[in-house]
Design a protein around this ligand. Structure first.
Ligand code: MLT
Length: 314
């Protein structure tokens, strides 16, 4: 009998799949403190998490029988993958399940910014009707720069092309002059992309190399009217630098779904000008949460019951 710890809340469809598996017992223990998690984790063969639970080197100090961590989602920055690897623990994620929802949220954020939806809503809900003040701008004809051209970056590109935007991309792992059958021009470096874009959207994973990828030096390369979208990971952006560029008018706007600390208590972005904020919502659709829960349980069971490794990150 394999033992699984469900340490984060996942959708009912994934729980149902777990209940129907044979040879598996599981405990649902949400909200464990770091010390409680570290004390309990070694009693299980597998642990299932989303983004709320952090698995650090300390969590894995007494790994016991733990063989696998399954992350229902894409980003594994809440898991110390190096510590897991050293302890011989496999880390799995669900790379496909969130793609469409995250791409749609990115486009929604871009539309909200350019068409000033949030400000206009607040104005009308407050009894106002000043149409001239809330004049927006079209996306069509503008250049979208996509940083990180994996699954989500590509899905954003396809949607932006349908909105008649010009799309350029930068990803150190994608070579050539163009991609997506010539529809997307590849910038040779981040600096070129920042200079040439009207709007920049981030779709890179967070690592030591990408932390604060966008700071004062990078912001100074962007057009004064440019806008920044971040639906990837908060720490890709130096938040005080972005807030100060928004407040001084150096940048035209930003739409932010993710923060260096979540919730972003005290972040200067909360009070910055020309900003649209959402609470790490991009993958929180019914469809994406259903798929991540099923995919995470499937990859976990495939490994624990059949020794089959799917979507490993280490
Ligand atoms: C992901 O990495 O899958 C998304 O950001 C959603 C999440 O963290 O749960």
């Amino acid at each position: 009998m394999v033992r699984i710890l469900v340490a984060d809340k996942i959708a009912e469809a994934g729980m149902e799949r777990l209940r129907s598996a044979t040879g598996v017992s599981f405990d649902v223990r949400h909200g464990l403190s770091p010390a409680e998690l570290a004390g309990a984790i070694g009693e299980y063969d597998g642990v299932l998490i989303r983004s709320a639970v952090k698995i650090t080197r300390e969590t894995l100090a007494k790994p016991g029988r733990l063989a696998v961590i399954a992350r229902a989602g894409v980003g594994v920055d809440n898991v110390d993958v190096e510590a897991a690897t050293q302890a011989g623990i496999l880390v799995l994620n669900t790379p496909d399940a969130n793609t469409i929802s995250t791409a749609e949220h990115t486009v929604a954020m871009m539309l909200a910014l350019y068409h000033r939806i949030v400000e206009a809503h607040t104005h009308v809900a407050g009894g106002g009707w000043n149409r001239a003040v809330y004049e927006g701008a079209q996306l069509a004809g503008r250049t979208l720069g996509i940083v990180g051209f994996g699954r989500i970056g590509r899905a954003v590109a396809q949607r932006a092309l349908a909105l008649e935007m010009k799309v350029i991309a930068y990803d150190p792992f994608v070579r050539g002059e163009t991609t997506l059958n010539g529809a997307v021009a590849l910038a040779q470096n981040l600096e070129q992309l920042l200079r040439d874009s009207d709007c920049v959207t981030l779709h890179a994973s967070l690592s030591d190399e990408t932390r604060h990828l966008i700071g004062p030096a990078q912001i100074s390369l962007m057009k004064p009217s440019a806008k920044l979208i971040n639906c990837a990971r908060g720490a890709l952006v130096d938040e005080p630098a972005l807030a100060s560029a928004l407040n001084s008018g150096q940048l035209g706007g930003a739409a932010i779904d993710v923060y260096e600390n979540e919730p972003p208590k005290g972040s200067p972005l909360l009070t910055a000008k020309n900003v649209v904020l959402t609470p790490h919502l991009a993958a929180s659709t019914a469809e994406a949460q259903l798929r991540v829960s099923i995919d995470a349980v499937e990859v976990l069971l495939a490994y624990l019951l059949q020794g089959e490794v799917r979507s490993a990150v280490n």
